[in-house]
Design a protein. Structure first.
Length: 85
């Protein structure tokens, strides 16, 4: 795609960064290296510890403070009781 007449602005930063990652991956592969985030064999998965938490809290639950830190300690708080302190 000819992008010579394209004028990207500040809000297009994600597009610019994605294109840079793609070009870096092509250069890495051309140099005989694996691109970023490629793991082979016994190499650990860089994203293995990432998690997405989804909890529906009652409307009257008190979610101020650090209630979410319990997830990182393996203790899942009961948000159904959070509003009834």
């Amino acid at each position: 795609m000819d992008r010579s007449r394209e004028h990207l602005g500040y809000t297009d930063r994600a597009v610019i960064l994605m294109r840079k990652q793609l070009l870096d991956a092509i250069a890495a592969k051309a140099a005989g290296r694996d691109p970023q985030m490629v793991r082979r064999g016994s190499n650990p998965d860089a994203l293995a510890e990432m998690a997405t938490l989804s909890v529906e809290a009652p409307a009257d639950a008190d979610l101020s403070g650090d209630w979410w830190k319990a997830y990182f300690d393996g203790n899942i708080p009961n948000l159904a009781l959070a509003g009834r302190r």
